[in-house]
Design a binder for this molecule. Structure first.
Ligand SMILES: *Cc1c(COP(=O)(O)O)cnc(C)c1O
Length: 354
């Protein structure tokens, strides 16, 4: 290794799901929404003036922040926005996880958490889920679980399993001295949000995204909601790294997405109906899974190895997600697409799962 290389911050990066370029594929591997963004988003996008790109965007993202605040009935000073929730979460790790004790998160969870912990040199401990892929709240407090913060997704990823409100509150009750982050990337698909707890627990940060439920993964908009104090600390760090995280296009289109609540609710309803139908079909094909409250199902087959199914599907140009990791290497994470796409998936499966 060269001398200068010894000074490099060495990290093992997160590996996102494949974004294949072929056409006519059925893409069920990165939990994108199969429906287009709201019509208002498309209209404002068409009307955008390239000339305005000369100007910096509003560093406070005030328009979008106010829109989100109104939607969730909180103050503007309780909302923080970022370039997708990945950006918001990275900022939150940097801002809140500065202790000596390890940050706690589940062993099976969003695989970006350990990457951020590593890149920011944050000590962490991964807590096993129980045999039904549930988070066990009492594992997150007590004598031997002194910690420097807690983060988990609800519903969890890639399992889709929801943690009930009482369980979340029990974690909060026992952890008043650290920041607890609930990553609600999938909460709109039928789980309960921890939002009602933010007035009671000033150390609770809720993170959500436009990428999944609002069909805007390509636009990169995420946000956090919490006490004014938490949001102020987050902004201090943001303004110390990059004042202009949100570009003009994202700010304008994000507002349109929030405004059209009827369209949002209609898509969610369609998607959840498709999910429940796919659950029944998968059961019939011999798949086993815990109940999912997300826009994906995390399933294993009673006799055919997941990797084999994954390869077979790929031959048919159907992409699902396979994680070659301990304990989950016999599972497939299948995103919920349109009814048509799911029909193609099920037909392909029926061909070789006999
Ligand atoms: C998709 C996802 C995110 C990040 O999504 P963004 O596109 O960056 O908003 C965060 N957490 C979990 C659990 C996710 O699945």
């Amino acid at each position: 290794m060269k001398e200068w290389e010894k000074l490099v911050r060495k990290v093992t990066p997160y590996v996102p799901g494949e974004q294949p370029n072929e056409r006519d594929i059925v893409k069920l591997n990165t939990n994108e929404n199969p429906y287009p963004p709201a019509p208002g988003v498309q209209r404002v996008l068409r009307e955008m003036k390239a000339d305005e790109l000369r100007l910096y965007p509003d560093p406070t993202a005030a328009g979008l922040v106010e829109c989100i605040a109104q939607y969730y009935q909180v103050k503007s000073s309780q909302v923080f926005t970022g370039v997708g929730s990945d950006d918001v979460l990275a900022m939150a790790f940097m801002t809140f996880f500065n202790g000596k004790d390890p940050v706690l998160f589940p062993e099976i969870t969003y695989s970006f958490y350990d990457v951020w912990a590593d890149v920011f040199r944050i000590p962490y401990q991964q807590i096993p889920l129980d045999e039904k892929f549930q988070i066990v709240p009492s594992d997150y407090f007590g004598e031997n679980r002194k910690n420097g913060g807690i983060i988990f997704p609800n519903p969890n990823a890639p399992t889709g399993v929801e943690l009930p409100q009482e369980a979340i509150e029990s974690i909060l009750l026992h952890n008043p001295d650290v920041v607890v982050i609930v990553d609600e990337a999938y909460v709109d698909f039928g789980a309960e949000s921890a939002l009602p707890f933010i007035d009671k627990y000033e150390n609770l940060l809720i993170v959500q995204t436009f990428s999944k439920s609002r069909s805007m993964a390509g636009m990169r908009i995420g946000y956090a909601i919490g006490s004014e104090k938490l949001i102020r600390y987050l902004n201090d760090v943001k303004y110390s790294v990059n004042s202009y995280t949100m570009n003009r296009t994202a700010l304008a289109l994000g507002i349109e997405a929030i405004k059209d609540d009827a369209y949002f609710k209609k898509n969610l309803k369609n998607l959840m109906e498709t999910r429940e139908w796919v659950k029944d079909e998968l059961k019939g094909l011999g798949f086993l899974f815990e109940d999912s409250k997300a826009n994906f199902i995390f399933a294993s087959h009673k006799s055919v190895p997941a990797k084999e199914i994954f390869e077979e599907l790929k031959k048919e140009h159907i992409y699902v997600r396979y994680f070659p990791k301990p304990r989950i290497d016999n599972y497939l994470r299948i995103s919920i697409g349109t009814r048509g796409e799911m029909g193609k998936l099920l037909n392909a499966m029926k061909k070789f799962l006999k």
